[in-house]
Design a protein around this ligand. Structure first.
Ligand code: NCD
Length: 309
């Protein structure tokens, strides 16, 4: 069913594995809505969360997911840890490994750091976002939200808009949506949309109006200023004028198009605040809800593999 020791990225997952994970997550989401407690399938297991970068929703979501399934969950404050004292990532990993956890959830500012860590420890590792590389659980929760709203996860046209260059969310979504045979259109200023993504089958444009024509899903991205080292955009105001999503630009999309954002949002920069709150089109709240369910499914599937070793 899910034949992987770790969840490091969408790359390498087969469509059937993605579907199995989403089916399991959907069952958890439905159970949560009906108020039924899930079985404590992770009882007796230890989950350690190591976030080397700040996070609100992803960290809270992984904590809740583990707790709801009965795991002992420990979140390390990595900013205050011995990393500050000069310890390397590998030394930290080996120290934690000696405590024999079953699952480690890692977020790290460097692309590839989570893969490196996974190669050094004995337990299952889940990537909660590494640099600009991958953020697999975000793409999975986006996919589940789309599937629930659109009734399918294939043959849709999805626009991913904004700061693609610095976004691990975009990369993981491009891989997942492509694997499930959707059309992906990337929209943004040329400085923020690498042409290389055309090789993955994406259409690329710098014109919002043209790019949004006929799309079923509009996925907005945050301007990742902390990853920019120069002038990628003229000004936030100019950026909103050309690339910020508001009700008027959205008119180019299909009438039943949904609007998504992984959070945290910059209201008035990449998305108009009123549109983000409009429950007739925005599914941003549901994305957060699906996040917990997807992480429950991912933790459960990896734990099943780890305990079978
Ligand atoms: C994203 C991330 O950290 O990559 N946020 C998230 O996980 N919900 C996107 C972002 O920071 O803009």
């Amino acid at each position: 069913m899910f034949n992987h020791r770790h969840l490091l990225g969408i790359e390498g997952l087969k469509p059937a594995e993605i579907t199995a994970l989403l089916d399991r997550a959907e069952a958890y989401a439905d159970r949560a809505r009906s108020g039924t407690a899930p079985s404590p399938v992770l009882a007796g297991l230890t989950q350690i969360n190591m976030f080397f970068e700040t996070s609100t929703r992803t960290q809270a979501s992984f904590e809740l997911a583990g707790q709801r399934l009965g795991a002992s969950v420990m979140s390390m404050a990595m900013q205050a840890s011995s990393i500050r004292k000069g310890e390397t990532l590998i030394d930290t990993a080996m120290t934690l490994n000696a405590m024999a956890p079953h699952l480690i959830v890692v977020r790290h500012p460097h692309s590839g750091a989570v893969n490196l860590l996974a190669s050094k420890v004995d337990c299952a590792v889940l990537n909660a976002g590494d640099g600009r590389h991958e953020h697999p659980t975000q793409a999975l929760l986006d996919a589940l939200t789309i599937r629930r709203r659109k009734g399918r996860l294939h043959r849709l046209t999805v626009a991913i808009c904004g700061d693609i260059a610095h976004s691990r969310v975009a990369r993981s979504n491009i891989l997942l949506l492509g694997a499930m045979e959707n059309r992906v259109r990337l929209i943004g200023p040329p400085t923020l949309v690498p042409r290389a993504f055309a090789a993955l089958g994406c259409e690329i444009t710098d014109d919002m109006q043209r790019g949004l024509e006929g799309v079923d899903v509009v996925m907005m991205l945050r301007l990742q200023r902390e990853r920019m080292d120069g002038g990628f955009i003229p000004s936030a105001r100019e950026y909103f004028y050309r690339y910020g999503l508001d009700a008027e630009k959205l008119r180019a999309a299909n009438p039943d198009a949904i609007v998504m954002h992984p959070g945290p949002m910059n209201r008035g920069v990449e998305i108009d605040g009123t549109l983000a709150d409009d429950i007739n089109v925005s599914v941003i709240r549901e994305q957060v809800e699906m996040g917990v369910a997807v992480r429950m499914a991912a933790l459960e599937m990896l734990a099943a593999g780890a305990t079978a070793l």
